[in-house]
Design a protein around this ligand. Structure first.
Ligand SMILES: [Zn+2]
Length: 115
């Protein structure tokens, strides 16, 4: 059985997604969410303690933009800052990515004209 792209992403980054069972976005954002999740995952890997790290709390679409909410425990300031930067970059980029097909779109609309 082939899972949705988000099920695959959640399996790849088990620590990041240990508290989240569902990504509330259409599939067009799978690559974007995979990329930002991978960057966070690499930071998570440097914290061996199970409680320390970044944990996705909610990932959804709002007003045409990505909202990627996380809980952060016990991170060094530098890492915490990096995570915030990764997320804000992804959230900014999401406005020009169609939620349906992942292609470039106008910031004012959710989906490109073909979707
Ligand atoms: Zn589209």
């Amino acid at each position: 059985m082939i899972g949705t792209p988000y099920e695959e992403i959640m399996k790849k980054y088990p620590k990041l997604f240990s508290n989240l069972s569902y990504v509330e976005c259409d599939n067009g954002w799978a690559d974007l969410i995979d990329k930002v999740s991978r960057r966070i995952h690499l930071i998570n890997n440097s914290y061996e303690n199970k409680e320390d790290g970044v944990f996705a709390a909610q990932i959804k679409e709002k007003f045409g933009g990505l909202r990627y909410y996380v809980d952060i425990n016990g991170l060094l300031d530098h890492d915490r800052e990096q995570v915030r930067t990764f997320i804000s970059e992804a959230e900014k980029m999401s406005y020009s990515i169609c939620t349906g097909c992942g292609k470039t779109k106008d910031a004012k609309i959710k989906r490109c004209p073909n979707c």
